[in-house]
Design a protein around this ligand. Structure first.
Ligand SMILES: C[S@@+](CC[C@H](N)C(=O)[O-])C[C@H]1O[C@@H](n2cnc3c(N)ncnc32)[C@H](O)[C@@H]1O
Length: 284
């Protein structure tokens, strides 16, 4: 998702999903004639669910990035066939449903009911019996151990309570030798600095982000993967066009900009400039 799209979509979502009730919250405030704005206290997972229950903000704003993700997953899994595929945080299913042709069974899991409904509507009728839909938080979904030979976790780590718990759970449910495709954004890389500043200012001034994205570094994610014996076998590294580009460039132009700088999924160039990581890992 482009940073701009996320922040603006977050703003829209915050006002529509976190209704605030006005009540005199303390005697001191009441004595001063002040009213404190109080909203229901939501856990992070509820906030994430609530944000993605309006999927269009993400899906429309991030089309070009989703296209890069689809193509990279295809490249990383090319010529492989799978018994069981799991797509964690599947969104509308655009990334994993094309893999169905090479898979016996696909599990689509998402905490957002509306995202999952979009994915359900895209399942080809003749394969409907081969697709399981799970509307739950991945951590806590209690999937069978060592049961999947391909696990996708794309665009999810920034949103979860604990990235360490997610990576450990992926390792638990993946078969030995399974392929895992994991995406994350390195928020400490220079390419992400303008976004980090913009996001911090936005949060401080407008306080409208429903939740704070996890600030992950490449080193941190790689350490977590190593600890779980998930060994890296390929990486596509790229960057999204700079903030503000969406004002004058459409999805197609932004796709071309990114591909022009970083190359196609099969021939990555200028990798040092990229802070978006799509990694293929293998479970030992
Ligand atoms: C940024 S979208 C990415 C969707 C898709 N994977 C893609 O790359 O286009 C994140 C998705 O993950 C889901 N999600 C976030 N945290 C989750 C969790 N803990 N368990 C299950 N789904 C989660 C959201 O509802 C949302 O659909």
């Amino acid at each position: 998702m482009s940073p701009t799209a996320l922040v603006s979509a977050c703003a829209a979502s915050a006002s529509s999903t976190s209704p605030a009730a006005i009540s005199p919250s303390s005697t001191k405030a009441a004595a001063l004639g002040l009213h404190i704005l109080e909203g229901p206290i939501m856990s992070k997972i509820d906030q994430v669910r609530s944000f993605f229950e309006t999927p269009q903000g993400y899906l429309v704003g991030s089309q070009f990035n989703i296209r890069i993700r689809i193509e990279t997953v295809q490249e990383f899994t090319k010529n492989l066939t799978f018994d069981r595929v799991l797509d964690i945080g599947c969104g509308d299913g655009s990334i994993s449903l094309p893999l169905l042709a090479r898979s016996k069974r696909l599990t689509l899991l998402d905490v957002s009911t509306n995202m999952l409904d979009l994915a359900r509507n895209k399942i080809p009728l003749e394969r409907a019996h081969d697709v399981d839909l799970i509307n739950r938080n991945f951590v806590g979904a209690n999937l069978e151990p060592e049961s999947f030979d391909l696990v996708l976790c794309i665009g999810v780590l920034a949103h979860v309570d604990s990235p360490a718990a997610v990576i450990s759970e992926i390792a638990r449910i993946a078969k030995p030798g399974a392929c895992v495709v994991l995406q994350f954004t390195d928020r400490f890389h220079f390419w992400g600095v303008p976004y980090a500043v913009y996001s911090a200012v936005y949060r401080r001034l407008l306080k409208q982000e429903p939740y704070t994205l996890n600030r992950l570094s490449r080193r941190q994610v790689m350490r977590l993967c190593q600890k779980e014996h998930l060994n890296i076998s390929a990486v596509y590294r790229y960057g999204l066009p700079p903030l503000g580009t969406s004002r004058f460039a459409g999805q197609d132009e932004r796709y071309k900009m990114s591909r022009h700088v970083f190359g196609p999924s099969y021939r990555n160039r200028n990798r040092w400039m990229g802070n978006e990581f799509i990694c293929r890992l293998e479970k030992a």
